[in-house]
Write a protein that binds this ligand. Structure first.
Ligand code: MLT
Length: 237
C-alpha cells in the first residue's frame, strides 16, 4: 500500500486520484462536525463551498428538514441555523435532518477530492475506524489534510500520522511519502502530549481566542466515534 499525505487541499494540483482511495481530514473542525452530526442521527451532510451555494441547496429541498451550518472566520454565518462547533450538533438538533454545511477549508477540501475512487471522512474522533476501512483496499491511498488557507495545519498532520500508525496494525509496511513519514513521526513523538505540538497551530490559537477551547478538546479525542462517513454523489452519509 502506498500512502501519500497532502498538507492542504491546494497541494493536489498534480494528483490524478481516479485510482486512489482518499480520506479527507479537517480535525479542527469541519470533519469532526460532520462525524458528530452523522453519529447523532443526521440523515445526510451536503458540503457546499460558498454561502450562496449552501442557501440555494437548502431552497432546492423544500420538502426536507434542512439545517444550514458552518462558519466564516470560525463563527456562525448570519442567518444560518448552526455554526461549526461540534457541540451544537446534538441528537435532539440533528436527528432525521439534512445538514448543508459550508466552512472555510474543510468543505472545499472535500469537494477537491471529486473523482477519487472513494472518499472517506476522517478526524481524530474516528481514526481507528478510518484505518480499518482503508486497510480493506491495499491500493494507492491519499490522506488529504484540509489545512488552513493553503498551508498545512499541525492538527491535521497529527491526525494523518495517527491514521498511519493505526493502519500499520493491518498493513505492516506501507510505502510512505515524505509528509506521511513526517506526520507519523510527529504523532509518535507527541501522542502523549498532543497539545505541545498542536498548541502551536495557527488555527488552534484562532479557536482559543474565539472562545472555542472546548471544541479543541472534543475534536482531539481519539476514537469516540465508530463510523466512517463516505462521500458519494455530493452527499456524505
Ligand atoms: C474550516 O473548514 O476551515 C474549519 O473547520 C474552520 C473552523 O474551525 O471553524
Amino acid at each position: 500500500m502506498t500512502i501519500e499525505v497532502f498538507g492542504a487541499y491546494d497541494h493536489l494540483i498534480f494528483k490524478d486520484m481516479r485510482n486512489t482511495q482518499v480520506v479527507v481530514i479537517d480535525t479542527l473542525r469541519a470533519t469532526s462536525v460532520m462525524i458528530t452530526a452523522l453519529k447523532n442521527g443526521c440523515r445526510q451532510v451536503i458540503p457546499a463551498i460558498e454561502i450562496d451555494e449552501a442557501m440555494r441547496r437548502k431552497r432546492s429541498m423544500p420538502d426536507q428538514n434542512v439545517l444550514l451550518g458552518g462558519e466564516r472566520d470560525a463563527v456562525k454565518i448570519p442567518g444560518f441555523d448552526l455554526g461549526n462547533s461540534p457541540k451544537e450538533y446534538k441528537r435532539e438538533t440533528v436527528e432525521g435532518k439534512v445538514l448543508v454545511i459550508t466552512t472555510t477549508n474543510g468543505t472545499a477540501a472535500l469537494r477537491r477530492a471529486i473523482g477519487a475512487k472513494r472518499v472517506l471522512i476522517g478526524a481524530m474522533n474516528n481514526v481507528s475506524a478510518v484505518a480499518k476501512k482503508l486497510a480493506q483496499d491495499p491500493g494507492p491511498t491519499s490522506i488529504i489534510c484540509a489545512g488552513t488557507r493553503g498551508k498545512f495545519s499541525l492538527d491535521d498532520i497529527y491526525t494523518a500520522g495517527c491514521i498511519i500508525a493505526r493502519l500499520k496494525e493491518y498493513v505492516p509496511e506501507p510505502v510512505l511519502d515524505d509528509l506521511g513519514y513526517t506526520s507519523e513521526m510527529l504523532y509518535q513523538r507527541y501522542r502523549d502530549n498532543w497539545r505541545d505540538l498542536v498548541g502551536n497551530a495557527v488555527h488552534y490559537n484562532v479557536l482559543i481566542k474565539s472562545g472555542f477551547a472546548g471544541d479543541i478538546d472534543y475534536c482531539m479525542q481519539e476514537d469516540t466515534a465508530d463510523i466512517v462517513p463516505e462521500w458519494t454523489d455530493g452527499i456524505v452519509r
